[in-house]
Design a protein around this ligand. Structure first.
Ligand SMILES: C[S@@+](CC[C@H](N)C(=O)[O-])C[C@H]1O[C@@H](n2cnc3c(N)ncnc32)[C@H](O)[C@@H]1O
Length: 290
């Protein structure tokens, strides 16, 4: 189980979300069920719990893991799943979104998420969707690539990298794309020169920021009164969207609809950082619906 994904900030989620027996639970990014099992062990209300993941590998794993439980599983992107649940007028006491990739995505070279192993350019979380990294890298205009690298990667050399991509087409592998980034950033750098480009293309392929932006109001609507919405982000672009939305709903007014459980995002402690270096950029924000 642990080789697929190690769930982050588990203790902090328990402290801030404070699950209670019989509460209903919606996990929008259930992955390999680390958080879900932890929460549902306390709530024990499997029949009122829904676990979502767009990744077919994660979904098959969840199906197996919970085959003896009455929990509902959905293999969908969380925006579509949330819209369906909204149409069915479902409500939940606890909603969790632990955004981004699982370790399985990074560790399996065939998925094409990592520049550390060589594979074809893929990066799809939902391996059945049409758009993949190959299409973005080889079909998008120079201007679109530039914009993606700038907006989704905050890449200072977006213009240069986009032009190198165009010049070196067709680009087939993660290795070749990483080499282009290295050309743009010669010499030694604290972070690998391909980090921002890979993040940008992954966000575009999976439409990550739009999914989040459009889902947030639905998630809040799906909460029962006294329900808690917990979100873990892994980069500043996501965190900014969540922070802004939480600020909007939990404004300093008597009639605001929510209360921030933590004013500052919670980050991992030293011990977790040592045990699971991938947790280093995780930030947890929790809001309570009045
Ligand atoms: C960080 S992992 C979650 C791990 C999980 N909390 C656990 O304990 O195993 C993120 C998961 O969310 C899924 N995911 C990311 N964006 C999604 C989206 N828009 N809709 C549905 N699933 C998504 C990914 O496929 C991945 O399995």
């Amino acid at each position: 189980m642990e080789q697929y994904h190690v769930a982050v900030l588990k203790k902090e989620i328990l402290d801030l979300v404070n699950p209670q027996k019989d509460e209903s639970y919606l996990d929008l990014t259930a992955g390999y069920g680390g958080h879900a099992s932890m929460v549902m062990q306390i709530t024990t209300n499997y029949q009122s719990s829904f676990l979502i993941d767009r990744d077919p590998t994660a979904f098959e794993y969840l199906k197996q893991k919970y085959k003896d439980r009455a929990v509902h599983l959905m293999n969908l992107d969380f925006l579509s799943a949330s819209q369906q649940l909204q149409n069915q007028q479902k409500k939940f006491d606890i909603i969790l979104a632990d955004l981004g990739m699982s370790s399985q995505h990074i560790n399996d070279p065939k998925r094409g998420f990592s520049f550390l192993s060589n594979s074809s350019l893929d990066m799809r979380m939902d391996s059945n969707q049409e758009l993949n990294a190959f299409k973005v890298v080889n079909n998008y205009s120079q201007q679109s690539l530039q914009k993606i690298l700038k907006d989704y990667g905050e890449e200072p050399k977006a213009v240069l990298i986009a032009s190198l991509i165009i010049k070196n087409r067709p680009i087939y592998s993660t290795h070749d794309l990483a080499l282009i980034c290295q050309k743009a950033w010669p010499g030694y750098h604290k972070i690998h020169p391909a980090t921002r480009t890979f993040q940008a293309i992954r966000i575009e392929v999976n439409d990550e920021l739009n999914q989040l932006q459009l889902s947030l109001p639905i998630w809040f609507e799906l909460l029962n009164s006294a329900g808690r919405l917990a979100i873990i982000t892994f980069h500043s672009l996501e965190d900014r969207i969540v922070k802004r939305f939480f600020k909007e709903i939990a404004g300093p007014y008597l009639d605001s609809q929510a209360t921030l459980i933590n004013k500052k995002p919670v980050i991992v402690n030293q011990q977790e950082l040592v045990n699971n270096p991938r947790s280093r950029s995780a930030k947890l924000r929790v809001v309570l619906k009045k």
